[in-house]
Design a protein around this ligand. Structure first.
Ligand SMILES: Nc1ncnc2c1ncn2[C@@H]1O[C@H](COP(=O)(O)OP(=O)(O)OP(=O)(O)O)[C@@H](O)[C@H]1O
Ligand code: SF4
Ligand SMILES: [Mg+2]
Length: 346
């Protein structure tokens, strides 16, 4: 029998990804049927409020979940290799050489007992057969490139001797030291002040241009998405509720939850660093997701769908070429609500 799983043409393609965690309270469905693709040289922004499954998705792609307490299914194709069914050893080899991650919390992903430089050296030497001296020179160069002043001195510092912004840069240096073809950046700028934030986004843009890498940018901050991403994936309760180009997501968003996110965007008259508190109500439980559309308890339009919002899970369907949304309201109706009720009040 032939393998029904055909490798896609896209550089990265995720198909029906499910990542569940059995716990004492029940099965946590952190990611529950996610599909997307990403080409080299492009940036996909993944947005969604806390607990929507963004980090779990990225850790899943990198093969960083402990397989003992995590059930993962679906397919993740990276440049022709399927990762979900690959051995941990094979995925580990791809990590660093082909894909790397900038973690949400730089302290937890850097070892406190080793100098920053030696950690970059180790990461580099896993995949490059070079002497320590050559690797150290490379580490100094990378620290310089991410804007660490006097890198030849700072290379021997320990993580706690770096400020938050510098640690973030050092982690970026570590992630980039192997020229990853896929870079996943999980809230890379949240903890940083606006100036450093802007520098880091510039840096990512430069590196993408230089290496033609594919980037997944995970963030609460739609401003970051607007600046850096080509496409946007909006997650809600472990699923995708809208996928669109950045232009469409900002100018003609097609899902009520995306409208909520846009409404909560920091404006110029508010501090950019303000943590977003999108949309009234609380995020759904991933153990007992609300029936039908998981967003229905918070959606102002749920009672316009003749009961379908509470009874049927809406499929992701094309609302305009290249734009997908999961909502029972007819696309035309949503377009009118957006144009007449939402946009004028943003
Ligand atoms: N190992 C685990 N065991 C059980 N539940 C988990 C595990 N890892 C993550 N989760 C749960 O999965 C859900 C999604 O978590 P995830 O870290 O992906 O959220 P997120 O979208 O990255 O949120 P944030 O914006 O706060 O970083 C959360 O409810 C979290 O508690
Ligand atoms: S399906 Fe219903 S509840 Fe869900 S977003 Fe659409 S209108 Fe709102
Ligand atoms: Mg996260």
């Amino acid at each position: 029998m032939t393998d029904p799983r055909t490798p896609p043409e896209a550089f990265l393609e995720v198909r029906d990804l499910r990542i569940h965690f059995p716990t004492d309270d029940g099965l946590v469905r952190s990611v529950d049927g996610l599909d997307f693709r990403l080409e080299r040289g492009r940036t996909l922004g993944i947005v969604g409020e806390s607990g929507s499954g963004k980090s779990v998705t990225s850790l899943g792609i990198l093969g960083l979940h402990n397989r003992r307490n995590c059930r993962m299914s679906g397919e993740i194709w990276l440049d022709g290799t399927e990762l979900v069914g690959s051995s941990p050893e094979k995925v580990r080899r791809l990590r660093g050489r082909k894909m790397a991650m900038i973690f949400q919390d730089p302290l937890s992903s850097m070892h406190p007992f080793y100098s920053v430089g030696s950690q970059i050296v180790e990461a580099y030497r896993i995949h490059h057969d070079v002497s320590k001296k050559v690797a150290r020179k490379h580490a100094v160069e990378m620290l310089g490139r991410v804007g660490i002043p006097t890198p030849q001195k700072r290379v021997d510092d320990y993580p706690h001797q770096f400020s938050g912004g510098m640690r973030q840069r050092a982690m970026i240096a570590m992630a980039l030291s192997c020229d990853p073809e896929l870079l996943i950046a999980d809230e890379p700028t949240t903890a940083l002040d606006v100036t450093v934030q802007a520098q880091i986004l510039d840096l990512l843009r430069d590196l993408q241009e230089e290496f033609n890498s594919a980037i997944i940018m995970i963030t609460h901050d739609l401003g970051v998405v607007a600046e850096l991403a080509d496409d946007v994936l909006v997650m809600y309760g472990g699923r995708c509720v809208e996928q669109a180009t950045v232009e469409a997501a900002f100018h003609a968003p097609a899902h009520p939850y995306t409208w909520g996110l846009l409404g909560s965007m920091p404006r110029l008259d508010r501090a950019r660093s303000e943590r977003l508190m999108p949309v009234k109500g609380t995020p759904p439980s991933l153990i007992n997701l609300p029936s039908g559309c998981a967003f229905h308890p918070r959606c102002a339009y749920a009672d316009l769908t003749a009961g379908r919002s509470t009874a049927e899970v809406p499929e992701l369907t094309e609302t305009s070429p290249g734009q997908l949304a999961a909502c029972h309201l007819p696309a035309e109706r949503r377009r009118r609500i957006w144009e007449e009720e939402i946009r004028p009040n943003l």
